[in-house]
Each structure stands twice: as structure tokens, then as C-alpha cells.
Design a protein around this ligand. Structure first.
Ligand code: SAM
Length: 219
């Protein structure tokens, strides 16, 4: 494990880059939306499992021993199942810019006996604590969070750089927040970041797309 668990509460290192494009969410300009903690608590309700099975969604991409990145993890509806999937030798790097979310995640992980498999980071993907992971992430899942990122293009470029060659990124967005055209913009930004789509993006319900960082070409 590269990071210790006690450094997760450092504040985010930086905000959006200079070339910040409007977010994909249908919110008024200048009013960035971030999911509040009370919704974070609802998102880990056992009732959600009736509609969403984390193992079915993520299992095909995760193997024991992997290092998985989950930006926008909130209180860990997907993080804890991911920690079970990567097993004792794997790690789930959980990044969220709200300390309340990370605190809730850690509390749930401790109760489940899974906290030693998590690397919690309170911040954004620009956080310097992620530097050791550049080019080393085996799989990343950005679920119901890209529409909250003010600079989606920079976010996807950073995700590209964090993935190892041939690693996958799964993006899932909620249909009730993200119109089809906004999701198409996210897919286009991912392409421009150098990611390649493995399946045709699904603009249905939910909106999802699976990408791969291309394997490096031989010199
Ligand atoms: C709607 S919640 C989704 C949580 C989780 N992925 C799930 O599906 O249960 C979005 C989360 O993303 C976090 N978030 C938003 N922008 C972020 C960013 N740039 N970096 C890290 N986390 C971010 C928010 O704090 C919030 O906890």
C-alpha cells in the first residue's frame, strides 16, 4: 500500500484549470453543484441494491490484486464491494472532495473490516497524493459524478494519465441529471483525452460508457 489512511483529510489541492469548460450538468453557470452529504447517506441505503448491483456492474472489470480508482466515491456504495473484489492484496483509491463523505466511507469500511484495502483521499484528482499512482491504476470507475466536475475535459485527461496502458475506465451518469447531449459531450471529451471506447456508449438508462487507455505502441 502506497498511502497511509491518516492523510485523507487534507483539503483539495487545486480547483478547475484555466481552460475550465462548463460542466455537463444542467445547472446555472457559476453555481457548481456538489451532491450534499444527506444524499450521500441515501446513496448507501440498502434499498439501492434493489436497483443497482455493484458486483454485476463492476465485477467484469475487477480482479483480485488490482489497484482501482474511484473518484467521487461519496460514502462508498461501490467502494466497499470493490474492496471485496480486489481482495486483501488489492487497493481501492477512493477520492472525494467532501470530508463528510470520506468520513462516512471510512466508518462503513471499518465496520466491514475493509478499511485496510482503501486509500482514502479527501480532494480531487489533482491531489499530489495521487502522483504515485500515475500510470498504475488498473481500473477506474467514475459513477454519478462527472457531471459535478467543473472542468470535465481536464478531469478526463487526468484519468487517462492515471490509468496504466490497456486499463479501463467506466463512466456512469444518472439520466435524471444528465441529458443525452451532455453525456455525448463527456464521451467526446474522453476521446480527446486519448481514451478509446470499448463498447458503444449507452445513452439510455443509466448512461454509461466503457473506455480503455490504449496500450503503448512499441518504439
Ligand atoms: C452523486 S455523488 C455519487 C457518489 C457515488 N459515486 C455513488 O454513486 O454512490 C457524487 C460525489 O462526487 C463527489 N465529487 C464531485 N466532484 C468531485 C471531484 N472533482 N473530485 C472528487 N469528488 C468529487 C461529491 O463530493 C460526491 O460525493
Amino acid at each position: 500500500m502506497v498511502m497511509s489512511n491518516d492523510s485523507h483529510r487534507q483539503p483539495p489541492s487545486s480547483g478547475p484549470s484555466d481552460e475550465a469548460a462548463p460542466g455537463t450538468a444542467p445547472y446555472p453557470a457559476g453555481r457548481p453543484y456538489v451532491c450534499p452529504p444527506w444524499i450521500g447517506r441515501l446513496l448507501v441505503s440498502p434499498l439501492r441494491r434493489l436497483f443497482t448491483d455493484p458486483r454485476r456492474r463492476l465485477g467484469p472489470h475487477v480482479r483480485p490484486g488490482m489497484t482501482v480508482l474511484e473518484p467521487g466515491c461519496a460514502m462508498g456504495f461501490f467502494s466497499l464491494p470493490l474492496a471485496r473484489m480486489v481482495g486483501p492484496t488489492g487497493r481501492v483509491v477512493c477520492v472525494d472532495l467532501q470530508a463528510t463523505m470520506i468520513d462516512g466511507l471510512l466508518q462503513r469500511a471499518k465496520q466491514a473490516g475493509l478499511d485496510d484495502r482503501l486509500v482514502p483521499i479527501c480532494g480531487t484528482l489533482d491531489d499530489p497524493r495521487l502522483e504515485p499512482y500515475v500510470g498504475r491504476i488498473d481500473f477506474a470507475a467514475a459513477i454519478h459524478m462527472v457531471h459535478e466536475v467543473p472542468d470535465g475535459a481536464a478531469f478526463l485527461r487526468r484519468l487517462h494519465d492515471l490509468l496504466r496502458p490497456a486499463a479501463r475506465l467506466l463512466v456512469i451518469e444518472p439520466r435524471w441529471h444528465v441529458p443525452a447531449a451532455a453525456f455525448a459531450r463527456t464521451v467526446e471529451r474522453a476521446r480527446k483525452a486519448g481514451l478509446v471506447e470499448l463498447d458503444p456508449p449507452r445513452a439510455g438508462r443509466p448512461r454509461s460508457a466503457l473506455f480503455e487507455r490504449p496500450a503503448e505502441r512499441a518504439p
